[in-house]
Each structure stands twice: as structure tokens, then as C-alpha cells.
Design a protein around this ligand. Sequence first.
Ligand code: NAI
Length: 506
Amino acid sequence: MTYDIKKVAIIGTGIMGSGIAQLFAQAHFSTVLYDAQQGSAQLAKDKLSQTFEKLCVKNKISETQCQTAIQHLSVANALAELSDCDLIIEAIVENLTVKQQLFQELESLVSPQTILASNTSSLSITSIAAKCAQPERVAGLHFFNPVPLMKVAEVIGGLKTAPNIVQQLKLLTEKLGHRAVIAKDTPGFIINHAGRAYGTEALKILNENVSTIEDIDRILRDGAGFKMGPFELLDLTGLDVSHPVMESIYHQYYEEPRYKPNPLTRQMLEAGTLGRKTQQGFYTYPAQEKESIDSTVSVHISANFPTIWIGADFLKDRQILEKYLTDLNIAINAAEIPNPKSLCILAFYGEDTTHACLRYATDPAKSVAIDMLYDFTQHRTLMPSLLTSSESTEAAHAIFSADQTSLTIIQESVGFVAQRVLAMIINLGCDIAQQQIASVDDINDAVRLGLGYPLGPIAWGDHLGAEKILLILQRISTITFDPRYRPSPWLQRRVALNLPLTFSPA
Ligand code: NAI
């Protein structure tokens, strides 16, 4: 069947429906608005017209573009008025029965060629289509809020969706100027699925008392390169939105430990501390002036440690550390076994300092670990053991902040903070690829555009070193016995065969 999409209807003109309508009207599709709530569609049309006028005043669009976009908007007062539409997108209440009923009713009104799409974020497309006479014409077209700015949409085919419909929706989405990624009908599709690792692992780290909310955010933002720390992000989204998504994906995947939510966010949700919208979440709003701690002033490189001994899993990390120390005129003890007077700096992956001290046979009192996974020049994380003396910690602190690079000291954590979070994100991306939920390119682009990460998860794995990511997960799995860290077969095979993580057989 061929489809020529010219006239589009948007049902449900709330936040999402209005945003989707804006895209279509701007791309010169005849766009009909319908909402069950009387007056809502007209209100949405009026607001959109104002939006176009504002964009014109700001020179983002021309006067002609503004007028053309407005002319392409119209309002329907009854579903029957949508009978000649080529595509109908619903953005109504997130309720399976209501969506099923709407699609059944639409089928009795529209032509057999009309494509029916749902903007659902959490319901199965297959389930929505299950009550339809022609489930092959039902697909997911999932935009993100705010629609005009979030330049990505997931196109989802249910079990019975015709592949041609998925392709048509992909082409159409690209005409709107958005990147279309194709996802299998699975819980969370790509973006809400891939987004589970960041907040979930950060909450687990907080729960283990590894560090403070501020410091976990700082490590991941300033060190690992996220735009926002996980707790800043949870506060922005609001726990009323994000906690139910965490629970829903966890249950929809039959209690898969990778997605296990944290009791803390349920409790905060019940207490009404949702984030920015309630002025209280992980932080208090409006933000209070943060005390700036100048870590370089009060600590001095200790004369009690004439040399530094380095234990490193990877030669490159050793070289970076040696160069840094040499530039500071600090003597390095290159002996295989540390001199009893040396301060031992351990650069390892997927362990805590205690386990690393045993492996390197160093004195825990004189051992301090450093996370070398992320850019050493941006930020540093140090991790003493339970027995590390304050003198050793202070010396390491002074050394690694001597060039004014910001630094955070954390309590023991199997795999530091950034290693754990990044390895979980990359491993989840690999699992999504392994399950063929989407292609590698689509996973990477969906996550970059939809979640705002600097790189897609699979590309990020290659950038940091897949071998390191696998080592982190293997060691954490061995030490913690927690199945959430088990490495994806996708990751294991590619590391074993020395292939990039982006490799897919032709
Ligand atoms: P909203 O509450 O802002 O808007 C929903 C609109 O649908 C309302 O105007 C309501 O009057 C109308 N409506 C409800 N039932 C209807 C029916 N049976 N027939 C016609 N109109 C009906 O909701 P929002 O946030 O725009 O979400 C809409 C859909 O988009 C949901 O499926 C949601 O899961 C999905 N979504 C929401 C995102 C978000 O960030 N808010 C992101 C991506 C998807």
C-alpha cells in the first residue's frame, strides 16, 4: 500500500499534542487539532499562532512562514471531522483502554489507508493495536518534550505493524527536521530504556553512602561530562514523572535487576519532595549559595612520603600519572613492590581500594585510589580505604589538586562513582543492541539527542575503551555478586574479538 501523507490530525492538544502540531504546521502539513475537552483544541490553536508570531518577531521564521504555518492549523469539533486525514497521531491520556477505544472508534470513521499513530511513552504499541481491525496500520511515533527542541522521535512498529508504515513514518519525521530512530515495541523503547542506568546507579551509589548528592553530581558532571548531575536531572524532571517510569520499566522487564529502582525516590515521592516543582527534591530551590571549598589551600604535599609508588591496571594510566608527578618534581618509586615509605596511588577498575590493596600487596594505610576512566584533566576522584591514614589521604589530595584541577574524595565504592555509572550506561546500550531493539546508530543518536549525553552509549564505550568497561563489570560482579552488573554478551564478544562495540555483522 502506498501512502501520501498531506493531512494530519492530532488528538489530545495538551503539552505533547501542541508541540507535535507545531512541527507539522511549520512543515506545511494541513494539521487538524482535536481534544475531548471542549475548547482545548481552539486554545491550542490560538497559543500555537502566538508561538509562530513570537518566532517571527525573534527572526527565527519569516513573516510568510509564520502566516503559512497558522493557515495550516485547523480545529475539529468531532472525531468524524477527521475522516479524510492521512495520518492521525494521538497524544491523549496515558491509559491503555482509553487509547484502544479511541483507535477502534477512529477505524470506523477513517479510510483503510489512514495511519494511526500513538505518542505513548510507556504502553505497548502491540497492545494499543490489539483491538483494531487493521493492527498493521498502527504504529508508535514517540516525540519528546519540548517537541520542537528535542530533535528526535522514535518510530515503533508493534508485532503486527506493516514495515512499510514504519518506513513512511520515518521519512515523514525526517521531513519535520527530526532524527527518526526505529525501535522495537519493548518497554521504554530506546530512550526511556537506555536512560534507566544513569539515575538508578547514582541512587544506588548514594544509598551505599559512597558520597554526597553534590559530590556524585560533581563527579558525573565535571568529570564524566554529563550536562547535569543525576540528582540535578531528577529534580528537574520531577519524581512524579521519573519514579513511576523507573518502576514501570523494572516491572515490565519482570524485575530485571539492572533496572531496580531505589526505595529513596518512592519515599520522596510520597513525601511530596518531587524536585524543582515543589522547591524541594535532592536540593532545595531556589538554590542556596554553595560554600566554595578551596581544596588546595589547607593541604600540603607531605614530606613523610619521599616517593610515590603507582599501581595501575593499564600502562596508559601509569604514564599519565608518572608524567603528572614528574612535572611536579615528585619522585616515583618504580620498584615492583612498594617501598614501605612510599605513598601508593592505585589506578584500577571495578574494585574498591580494599580489594586493590590485596591485589597490589600495598599497605592499606598508605594506599589511595584514583579513578582514571574519565578525563584526568577535568576532575579527579580519590578513594581511600577504611584504613588509609589521614596523612596519606591529605598528601594524595594535595598532589592531585596541585594543578588546580577540582577533586572529590569519596568513601569506598566497588568501581568508584563514574566507573560504575558509565559502565552501567554502556552495558545497557550494548544489551539494547543485543536485543535488536534498535540499530547501533539509532541507539547512539537516540541517546545523544533524547537524553543529552555527550556520546551515545555504544560510541562512549569505544571512546573510553571497551576492555576497561568489561573489566569494571566483571570485577564488580565478582565482588558484589549483584547480577545487575553482569556484562552484556554484546560487550563480551566484541572485547574478546578485539572489535569496536559499534561493530554489527553485515
Ligand atoms: P496532557 O495531559 O498535557 O494532554 C492530554 C490531552 O488529551 C488533554 O488536553 C486532554 O483533554 C486530552 N484527552 C484526554 N483523553 C482524551 C480522549 N479520550 N480523546 C481526546 N482527547 C483526550 O498530556 P501530555 O503530557 O501531552 O501526554 C500525552 C501523551 O503523550 C501521553 O500518552 C504521554 O504518555 C505521552 N508523552 C508525554 C510526554 C511528556 O513529557 N509529557 C513525553 C512523551 C510522550
